[in-house]
Design a protein around this ligand. Structure first.
Ligand code: NIG
Ligand code: FE
Length: 432
C-alpha cells in the first residue's frame, strides 16, 4: 500500500526542543489542590499561528508536521506561560531612594507619609510632568518587565490626585499600551491619598472623586478597574464602600488595597463588594480570609513589600492557600513601597515567606493573576487557543522557579506569537 506523504502545515512559529513545559490549566481561578497541580510535559514543541497556540505535542511529531516561518530552540530547558503582574503603580516620574534610607535609619512608611513624603512626593512628580514625559518613563519600565518574563501588567494611576493629572496618567498608560508589546490593564486609583489642597477638606475630595472624577474616567473608557487604598490613614471602610459602589454603578470592576498596614477589615469589604481582587492583606483576620474564600475574591499578595518597607507582618499566604483561596502573586512595583519588577523574584519570596511550592507560585503569577484581571480565557496558561505569551527560560525544571534566586532565568519572550525579547549572551571569545 502506498501511503500519501502529507505536506507540512505552514505556521508562524514553532518552539521546539522544550525540555519541560510547565503550565497551569484552564480559564478559571485555581485554589486548594488545583493551585499547585501543573500540567508538566517533557520533550514537546509548541506550534503557534496568528498569535495563538495551535498545538502542543511531542517534539518529533510537531517538527515533522509543521513548517514554521520562525523556529525557536528552547535548548532542552523549561518553558512557562508569560507572567502576569496583577498589581503595579508604574506611572511616576522621580524615585524615592531617600525614603528607603530614612527607613534604614528607623523611620516607618507611615511616619514618612505623615511628614509629606510617600505618595504625595510622587504626586508632585506627576503633576509637574507632561503626558509625553510619563509615556517616556513608562516605556523603558515595560521593556524591563518584558525582559523579566512579564507579558501582562496591571497599571494603576494614583499619583495625580486631580482630575487632569489622573486623566493624564491614564492616557499615558493607554499610549504605552499602544506602543509596547506588554499588555497594560488600566486601573483608576484616584483614591490613593488625599492631595494637600484637600487635607483639611477631605469630604470635598471624596465628593470630587464621586461626582466628577469617577464619571469622567468612566466616560473616557480609560480604566477597566477602580481601586481604593483602604487604610485608616487614608480611605476608611465607609468611604471606600461608597466610592466603590458608585464605581460599580458606573461600570468599573473593582480591586482594593486592604489590610496592608492595619487590620481594618478591608478584606470583608472586598468580599461584600464582589471585588475582582483584594490586595496586600498582611493584617487580614481569619474572618477576612473566610469572607474572601466565600466570595471568590482573588487575594493578590505582594511578598516583596514588607521586606522593602521593613515591616515585620507578612500576609498569611500559606493559610489562605490551605483555606482553598486562589491566591495570586504580584510585585506592587512602585517608587515607594517596592522598587522591584521581577515576578520571578516574587515566586521565590512567595515560597520562602509563605511556603508556596513552585507549582502553586507559578499558578499564582500566571492563571490566577490573569483571572483577577478578567483575562483567564485568553492568557495565563499554555493551552491550545490561548494567546501565545511564552517565556523560554534557561532553567532545567519548574522547581527551579522558586529555588534559584536573584537573577533572571529568561532567555526568550514571545508575546502574542512574536519573539519580542532575547537575552544577551556572554562573549567568551576573548579568552583562550
Ligand atoms: O501598594 N498602598 C498604597 N500604595 C502603594 C504604595 C505607593 C507609594 O508609596 O507610592 C502600595 O504599597
Ligand atoms: Fe499598591
Amino acid at each position: 500500500m502506498v501511503r500519501m506523504q502529507q505536506s507540512p502545515i505552514e505556521i508562524d512559529c514553532l518552539i521546539h526542543n522544550v525540555g519541560e513545559l510547565a503550565t497551569s490549566q484552564g480559564s478559571e481561578i485555581r485554589g486548594g489542590k488545583a493551585l499547585g497541580s501543573l500540567r508538566i510535559e517533557n520533550g514537546v514543541a509548541l506550534a503557534i499561528h496568528q498569535g495563538k497556540i495551535e498545538e502542543v505535542g511531542p517534539d518529533a511529531d510537531l517538527t515533522g508536521r509543521y513548517q514554521a516561518r520562525q523556529k525557536i530552540d528552547a535548548q532542552g530547558q523549561l518553558v512557562v506561560p508569560g507572567l502576569v503582574d496583577a498589581h503595579t503603580h508604574p506611572v511616576f516620574l522621580g524615585t524615592r531612594e531617600g525614603e528607603f534610607e530614612d527607613r534604614l535609619r528607623g523611620k516607618s512608611y507611615l511616619e514618612i507619609a505623615e511628614g509629606g513624603g510617600g505618595i504625595l512626593s510622587s504626586m508632585l512628580g506627576v503633576r509637574n510632568s507632561t503626558k509625553e514625559q510619563l509615556v517616556q518613563a513608562l516605556l523603558p519600565r515595560m521593556d524591563r518587565f518584558l525582559s523579566l518574563g512579564t507579558t501582562t501588567v496591571e497599571a494603576k494611576s494614583g499619583y495625580g490626585l486631580s482630575l487632569a493629572d489622573e486623566m493624564k496618567s491614564l492616557e499615558a498608560i493607554a499610549e504605552a499600551n499602544r506602543l509596547h508589546p506588554v499588555d497594560l490593564v488600566p486601573t483608576f486609583l484616584g483614591a490613593h491619598d488625599f492631595p494637600p489642597e484637600y487635607r483639611d477638606r477631605r469630604g470635598e475630595y471624596l465628593a470630587l472623586l464621586r461626582n466628577e472624577m469617577l464619571p469622567a474616567v468612566a466616560e473616557s473608557g480609560l480604566a477597566e478597574y477602580c481601586d481604593v487604598f483602604t487604610e485608616s490613614h487614608v480611605f476608611g471602610l465607609d468611604e471606600s464602600r461608597d466610592l466603590l459602589n458608585h464605581a460599580k454603578e458606573l461600570g468599573f470592576k473593582v480591586r482594593l488595597h486592604v489590610d496592608q498596614l492595619t487590620a481594618l477589615g478591608g478584606a470583608q469589604l472586598a468580599a461584600e463588594l464582589g471585588a475582582a481582587s483584594a490586595d496586600h492583606l498582611e493584617h487580614v483576620s481569619d474572618a477576612g480570609i473566610d469572607a474572601l474564600g466565600q466570595a471568590g475574591v482573588v487575594p493578590v499578595l505582594c511578598p516583596l513589600v514588607p521586606l522593602f518597607l521593613r515591616e515585620s507582618q507578612e500576609a498569611p499566604g500559606r493559610r489562605m492557600a490551605d483555606a482553598g483561596l486562589s491566591v495570586a502573586l504580584a510585585t506592587d512595583f512602585n517608587p515607594g513601597s517596592c522598587y522591584a519588577m521581577s515576578l520571578f523574584e516574587v515566586l521565590s519570596y512567595g515560597a520562602l515567606r509563605y511556603g508556596l511550592l513552585a507549582g502553586e507560585a507559578l499558578t499564582a503569577a500566571t492563571l490566577n493573576a490573569a483571572c483577577s484581571l478578567g483575562r483567564g480565557d485568553r492568557i495565563g496558561t499554555l493551552e491550545v487557543g490561548k494567546q501565545a505569551d511564552v517565556v523560554i527560560t534557561d532553567l532545567p525544571g519548574h522547581r527551579h522557579l522558586t529555588y534559584e534566586m536573584a537573577r533572571s532565568p529568561v532567555r526568550h519572550v514571545i508575546k502574542s506569537g512574536k519573539l519580542v525579547y532575547t537575552a544577551a549572551q556572554v562573549d567568551r571569545s576573548t579568552c583562550e
